[in-house]
Ligand binder design. Structure first.
Ligand code: MG
Length: 377
């Protein structure tokens, strides 16, 4: 079933610590299972996707977002003849490096670390998480994932230069990643763009009319649904239209990528790696529609007064907690105090804070800054 350009598990470059093959699970299936059973994966449930504080049980959190990315990715992988097991492992692991409070958290941790001349980057943090912080196996530190999953963690959403990041040199930085890894960034955006329209309306920050009036693709599909179900409740028409938006994005990505792959003439993973550009893309027309959705969300949801207030609060909590542990390292858990004997304190504090959930960091903040008790989830 796999296309010639798919990444086969038997052709994996293997694990850092060699292990015997499993009786009935291939290496990428085992990687997927190790991710699902990790603590970092479970913590995604209490990490912000877009809405910092639980305003409704129906909003996506980073765990449900991750499951949506895995579902969409598998559908596309199957249609393109890619390795679904690898795609699933990559999708499930793609957000484990995110600190509390989503992108606001990442920005503020990066700012705190820049004072020490180091960046904070969620992809690099994800790599450290699966290589070092997860302690579950007697034979090796971390999850001992295959090269391709670790490479995908690093390269799924951006390219890194070996000059700037010498520690990533082993990941073939001058080459493209396999198509399975190229897919994840695109499905991530399909998943969050459609979900954020949904949650945005659920939150009351966006209205259905506003979405319809501002997103042409949505408006066209809304009309189509309305014509077909003239009696249906407005909410159902909205849901049906949004489902169709997702379907159009996915279908376009499949059809256009199939065309790009054929035109490129790639026959193997090695051809994919050597090809000068990434080969999975939306058509130009759909790319314009995709951008309209993204722009709409930026202007009307992500920087809406309610979410900006949440972000400010998140930034305050993270920067105060970070500064607190730098000043009072004795308050760190014993295992982190031990780490600080071999690593710079700012790095250890950053790792500790980045691993926290929204719930846990609020709890720590209440404990150490009791005067600011009002800050609560
Ligand atoms: Mg994501």
């Amino acid at each position: 079933m796999l296309a010639s350009y798919a990444m086969r598990s038997e052709e994996s470059r293997g694990r850092r610590y060699p292990e015997p093959a499993h009786a009935y699970r291939n290496d990428f299936q085992r990687d997927r299972d190790r991710v699902v059973h990790s603590r970092a994966f479970r913590r995604l449930e209490n990490k912000t996707q877009v809405f910092t504080r639980r305003r409704s049980d129906h909003f996506r959190n980073r765990l449900t977002h991750t499951i949506e990315v895995a579902q969409i990715s598998r559908t596309i992988a199957y249609e393109l003849g890619l390795n679904e097991d690898l795609v699933e492992a990559l999708a499930l692991v793609h957000d484990v490096g995110h600190p509390p409070f989503g992108h606001a958290g990442e920005r503020i941790l990066n700012a705190a670390m820049q004072e020490y001349g180091e960046p904070f980057d969620h992809n690099l943090h994800a790599l450290r998480t699966v290589e070092q912080f997860e302690q579950r196996y007697a034979d090796f530190p971390g999850l001992n994932l295959t090269f391709e999953v670790r490479e995908g963690i690093v390269k799924h959403s951006r390219d890194y230069s070996a000059v700037e990041f010498p520690q990533l040199e082993e990941y073939l930085l001058d080459q493209r990643p396999p198509l399975e890894a190229q897919l994840i960034d695109l499905t991530d955006e399909i998943a969050y763009s459609t979900a954020d329209l949904d949650d945005g309306v659920e939150s009351g920050i966006l209205t259905r009319e506003h979405v319809r009036d501002s997103v042409p693709l949505f408006a066209r599909l809304y009309e189509e649904v309305e014509a077909r179900y003239p009696e249906a409740a407005e909410k159902l028409i909205f849901n049906e239209a949004l489902k169709r938006v997702l379907d159009r994005l996915v279908s376009d990505l499949i059809v256009n990528s199939r065309k790009l792959i054929a035109e490129a003439g790639v026959q193997s993973v090695s051809d994919v790696r050597k090809f000068p550009t990434r080969l999975l893309e939306f058509s130009l027309e759909m790319d314009a529609e995709r951008r309209q959705i993204k722009d709409f969300l930026y202007h009307n949801l992500y920087f809406s007064p309610v979410l900006v207030r949440d972000k400010r609060q998140a930034e305050q909590v993270i920067s105060e907690i970070f500064a607190f542990y730098i000043k009072q390292p004795k308050e760190l858990p014993a295992s982190y105090q031990e780490k600080a004997r071999h690593e710079p304190l700012h790095r250890v504090v950053c790792d500790y804070v980045a691993g926290m959930t929204d719930l846990y960091i609020f709890e720590q903040h209440r404990k150490f800054f009791p005067a600011k008790k009002r800050l609560s989830v």
